[in-house]
Design a protein around this ligand. Structure first.
Ligand code: ASP
Ligand code: MG
Length: 407
């Protein structure tokens, strides 16, 4: 017997037929003698629909508190339906919202962080042999206001619940059956990984891979929750995200991912003196605009250029901010280029193998792909390139590092 958290994403509960399918899988797990806590997303497209409605209802930005009350409703629909279906099939199931499980978060609406979960409540129900069906993506702050965890946040709900109730593992069911060496939609030679380390998964999620919410992987690592990525449409084994082992360290490159949601901002001809970067980036940080890569050119005669990337969705806001900030720092002008993408390679083995970067640059150069920006971490190298070369870059790198082959 094990205690298991199963999380099903929006595509897995997109309609009643799929909810019935998922119910059967939950029942199989339960009948095998396990304790099962289920975490659900809203039906595919539902959160988008609610967000569009909120935006259409108001001339400016909807108030964050009410926005969260609205966009958290999609999960209330799926958990109640799932519990009903399980009940009608003769199984004892109970739905629960974030407020009922007491998923306590901070009060940062739309991007709340989980602070505490009432594990006893869930555990008591599981011990009574009930299947708990819990709404993902939502919580409440200390005053009882409904909060949401950010898009894709139900992965995070699931891992946090798994950690709180000391589950043996957490399974996330989505429409892909695991973590691949790269996006199979971009390259048919992509190979499914049996295992990947938390750190690699973190870097991949941070670099644009959409299989898992980054915060979910952070929590899994922190609490050492084994995390399976599986498909709800087949019975394949999926990928295990877990602690690193020696085998993984031998892998120089484990995966290649890309991010088309970034834009490049260049602030041209700014005085090269103390305080300029702070004055440029502080207003961005104050508005929670995430600046990813930053490059400062060598200074010429006391002037330099600063280039950085921002999420595409923030272009308008950054443009407005820079209209004033660029003047304040005496920059000549600024340019925003949305036509870029970031291609990243991740692997634990990079720690001990030099030459990965050179091989990446060579491979891109041979295809005539110009590298506009580079950034590296211990286990990741990212290059910003012109957007139209994204697929080509992914494919040639996948070939060059022979990722289609195991081990
Ligand atoms: N329903 C929410 C969203 O679409 C949460 C999730 O799917 O994980 O972002
Ligand atoms: Mg989702």
């Amino acid at each position: 017997m094990a205690r298991i958290v199963q999380k099903y994403g929006g595509t897995s509960v997109a309609d009643l037929a799929k909810i019935h399918n998922v119910a059967e899988r939950i029942i199989r797990t339960y009948q095998a003698g396990n304790e099962v806590a289920v975490v659900l997303s809203a039906m595919a497209g539902e959160t988008d629909r609610l967000i569009a409605m909120a935006n259409a209802a108001t001339a400016d930005r909807p108030t964050p508190r009410e926005y969260d009350v609205l966009i958290s409703t999609g999960e209330q629909v799926t958990v109640s339906l799932m519990a009903m279906v399980l009940n009608s099939k003769g199984f004892p199931a109970k739905s629960a919202l974030g407020s009922q499980v007491k998923i306590i978060t901070d009060k940062n609406h739309m991007a709340a962080r989980i602070r505490k979960i009432d594990a006893d409540f869930i555990v008591r129900e599981l011990e009574k042999h009930r299947i708990m069906v819990i709404a993902g993506f939502q919580g409440v702050d200390r005053k009882g206001n409904i909060t949401t965890l950010g898009r894709g946040g139900s992965d995070t709900s699931a891992v946090a619940i798994a950690a709180a109730i000391r589950a043996d593992y957490c399974e996330t069911f989505t429409d892909v059956d695991g973590v691949y060496t790269t996006d199979p939609n971009v390259y048919e030679k992509a190979r499914k990984l049996k295992k990947i380390s938390y750190d690699e998964m973190l870097e991949l999620a941070g670099a644009g891979a959409k299989v898992l919410h980054q915060r979910a992987v952070e929590l899994a690592k922190l609490y050492n929750v084994p995390l399976y990525v599986r498909s709800s449409f087949n019975n394949d084994e999926g990928t295990l995200v877990t602690r690193e082992d020696e085998e993984m360290e031998k892998e120089v490159v484990s995966g290649i991912t890309y991010d088309r949601n970034q834009a490049k901002v260049s602030v041209i001809h700014v005085p090269d003196k103390p305080g300029i970067a702070a004055r440029l980036f502080t207003p961005l940080a104050e508005r929670d605009i995430i600046v990813d890569m930053i490059i400062q050119n060598a200074s010429i005669e006391g002037y330099t250029d600063l280039t950085f990337t921002i999420p595409k969705k923030d272009i308008k806001e950054v443009e407005e901010l820079l209209e004033t900030v660029a003047k304040e720092v005496n920059a000549e002008r600024f340019i925003i280029d949305p036509d870029i993408s970031k291609v990243s390679m991740v692997g634990l083995g990079m720690r001990s193998h030099s030459g990965v970067a050179t091989k990446m640059f060579d491979t891109l150069a041979k295809e005539g792909i110009n590298i506009q920006m580079i950034s590296t971490s211990e286990i990741k190298i990212s290059c910003v390139i012109e957007s139209k070369y994204t697929e080509l870059a992914v494919r040639v790198l996948h070939d060059a590092f022979q990722l289609e082959m195991e081990g």
